[in-house]
Ligand binder design. Structure first.
Ligand code: ADP
Ligand code: MG
Length: 290
């Protein structure tokens, strides 16, 4: 094994926007059996837009958005940003007692009333019955939307559907990996309906949905325990432990600092297709080494 080949390999990577922090990643990359992609911000742009606002009977859209913005003002989550953008210009009520339920949503007190914002699991855990809106929530999720459910004082007051565009190179990346004999998984905190729809569109082999932030690393470990060499590609704070656990962790360059610090390889152009390039580069480098 020549250090020269490794230097050339990492140098070529850097020229192509692929920052290899750990030379061992070159050797591991060629052995990968499975590559796990995070969904939001990795396979998708991570800049969702509100596409539908569905107030419960008796409430108008503005009333729903006013409550949504009150609770989402304290969150840095991409969903919160989408809601704030859609509700721009509306008055923002003061919210107190913020509580964040990682990977599920938020709770806060607004004008003396308890507000909840998040997914179906959060609603179920707080005894909120979706009533007439259950079917609409289901339908939107089946269409690939992420649905934010808003409840006030334990009663559902509406739904806000957000959609996040898939990155233009996502599909070709997955096909290229499969052509190399690598299985492709998608892992997300989002619900199974939404995840399945996007996975079908992209031709993903394995779907891991409704995975809480603290459980992502364990899912990678489970794949390793089945005898696989596992690569993980992610952008978020919640992906960091999984990036560390993986045999090769790839961070999206536009992602969070903690993801970048936890990864072995940084994709500076934030293009998932660069995972395939990194593997090709590793193969070429190793041929020169042996
Ligand atoms: P991912 O793994 O795809 O990056 P997260 O684990 O960050 O997703 O979030 C999982 C789910 O939790 C979201 O799809 C959403 O339903 C809910 N959620 C998280 N944060 C918020 C928020 N600020 N407002 C509403 N819902 C939220
Ligand atoms: Mg993400």
């Amino acid at each position: 094994a020549t250090p020269m080949a490794v230097m050339v390999g990492t140098g070529l990577g850097a020229q192509n926007g692929i920052l290899i922090k750990d030379a061992a990643a070159l050797e591991e990359s060629v052995k990968l059996d499975v590559v796990v992609f995070d969904k939001t911000g990795t396979l998708t742009m991570g800049a969702p837009k509100v596409v539908q606002v569905v107030p419960a009977a008796g409430l108008d859209e503005t009333a729903l958005l006013t409550r949504a913005i009150a609770i989402e003002q304290g969150s840095e989550h991409h969903i919160a940003k989408a809601v704030r953008e859609r509700a721009a210009g509306l008055p923002v009520a003061v919210a107190t007692d913020f509580q964040s339920f990682g990977g599920k949503g938020l709770m806060a007190t607004v004008e003396g009333r308890q507000l909840l914002s998040g997914n179906r699991i959060l609603m179920a855990e707080h005894g909120v019955d979706l009533g007439d809106l259950a079917a609409e929530s289901e339908r939107l999720q089946g269409a690939g939307r992420t649905v934010v459910h808003i409840a006030e004082e334990g009663r559902i007051i509406g739904l806000i559907a957000v959609a996040d565009a898939v990155r233009p190179t996502a599909r070709q990346t997955i096909e290229a990996l499969q052509a190399l004999g690598v299985k492709v998984a998608m892992m997300t905190g989002d619900n199974l309906g939404t995840a399945k729809r996007i996975a079908d569109e992209l031709g993903i082999d394995i779907v891991l949905a409704e995975v809480l932030p603290g459980d992502k690393a364990a899912k990678v470990k489970a794949l390793q325990d089945e005898g696989n060499k596992v690569g993980m590609v992610g952008d978020g704070v919640n992906d960091a432990p999984a990036l560390t656990q993986a045999d090769v962790g790839f961070a999206i360059g536009a992602g969070t600092d903690v993801a970048i610090e936890s990864a072995d390889v940084v994709l500076m152009r934030s293009d998932p297709a660069d995972v395939v390039k990194a593997i090709a580069l590793s193969r070429a480098t190793l041929r020169k080494m042996h």
